[in-house]
Design a protein around this ligand. Sequence first.
Ligand SMILES: C[S@@+](CC[C@H](N)C(=O)[O-])C[C@H]1O[C@@H](n2cnc3c(N)ncnc32)[C@H](O)[C@@H]1O
Length: 316
Amino acid sequence: MDKTKDVLRLIEVAFPLQQASLASVHEKNVRHGHISTLHIWPARRPLAACRAALLATLLPDPGDPEKRQALLDEIGGKVVAKEVKTTDEDGTVISEEKETLAGGVLAWGQENDPSMDSFRTRVRELYGDHAPKVLDPFAGGGAIPLEAMRLGCDVTAADLNPVAWFILKCTLDYPQQFAGKKWPLPDFVKDWPDFIEDYLAGKIKKRKGNKKHHFSQPSQPLLSPSAPLHIAEEAPASVFLHDADLAWHVRAWGCWVLERAKADLAARYPVINGEPTVAYLWARTARDKAEPFGCHRRYSMNPSCFFSGPSESCRL
Ligand SMILES: C[S@@+](CC[C@H](N)C(=O)[O-])C[C@H]1O[C@@H](n2cnc3c(N)ncnc32)[C@H](O)[C@@H]1O
């Protein structure tokens, strides 16, 4: 039986606002493993804020101040002061007291905390041993549906924009479909020694001196160098390439697309006097109707004529 009908939800009475804010600010600095690194999408909501809002919406208000505070603490944890030391440019160590969270399930890294299991069980029980349905019709980068899935909900996510739709597929759908599955890598990776070396080592090696070249630089190395693949001489590469998981396939096909994009775009980014063209700036222009002799010139409507600092080079 659904025990949530006609009862006040926690969010209607209280919300762990300070905790959700602290966890959200911290999350902005996370670079590894966060869905925001998959693809840029505007107005992404922090996962911590979504998790807090979902829990406070799915769970009923306990109706008693003490129990309510206990539930808020269970979700958000306690705000505690922590001494943080930083060193400034002169080498002086600065000690500051910063607010941080102790406990709760909102801080980055807590998503796999055992208390999340307890919340999942509680949510399911509350909804008559069924996963409650959550619909996000404007899902964008997928923060709300991802957190709803984490809480065991039956989720539907939609977005009008095809880029957002694809980000949603890659965030919510494909990882579930392909998790734990392995299948052979495409044959073309056999021509990429660095790729094979990383694949066999099971991790991406940081190659010193392999600085990122701009793709129009003549020295830009291709992913398919003509150098022979040493490993193939000892054993057929196919022996090693049969059980690659989704991450390796994404890496292989990502490199494949990158190589072709580089080839297609290189002509549009020529190297001039040894300097690569790095970007195009688009500016709205207006035609000067008062120009004599019918020669209506176009002028940039950019508020500034300066596109870079004096030390940087910039061509118009
Ligand atoms: C503020 S963003 C959502 C951000 C999302 N909550 C997140 O955390 O990434 C709003 C989204 O609504 C989508 N949108 C706008 N109008 C829409 C419509 N009529 N139908 C479906 N989606 C729409 C936009 O494409 C955009 O991705």
